[in-house]
Ligand binder design. Sequence first.
Ligand SMILES: NC(=O)N[C@H]1NC(=O)NC1=O
Length: 184
Amino acid sequence: MAARPTARHVEALNKLSFVDFVGKLGNIVERCPVVAAAVWSERPFSSAQGVHEAACKFIDGLPTNGREGLLRCHPDLAGALAREGRLSSESTGEQRTAGLLDLTTEEQADISRLNARYKDKFGFPFVLCVRLNKRGAVLKGLKTRINNSKEDEIHTGIEEVKKICWLRLVDILQREQVDTISKL
Ligand SMILES: NC(=O)N[C@H]1NC(=O)NC1=O
């Protein structure tokens, strides 16, 4: 198993220019590089948790339409983009880990139908950190969360975005990119 990010990894991150920082962390929130752009101003960080807290603080400070916008930047789970191979590399890995790229026709049809109903009700996609959930949790989550209020779903969806963000951040700090970063 890869090592947890160390202070040295974070130190390397602290040295990055704005452009390089956003280049490395731009997708810690799916298709929302503005989060990494905002976090850069909060350097220096002493830990990966500090970076994540800055991202969460920025997200929590957004007005409701901003948080809804963040949710809308997420692709459907097992949706058209997944079928067409057009997901971001991060999302592809996450959806693959959860078995969502490998569904039976029946499972695919069930999820598509529920995703559509969910989006119809709330106006944004169902968001779940699939790396922390088994495949069955997607269907179960869709079936139960669709009964919630819009306000609750913005809150729940955003909490899932934060979990996805943490796992992506740890991945970046653990990968070879850290070596590249330290050389900068
Ligand atoms: N819709 C949705 O939750 N998508 C995200 N979830 C996740 O773990 N990766 C994604 O792309």
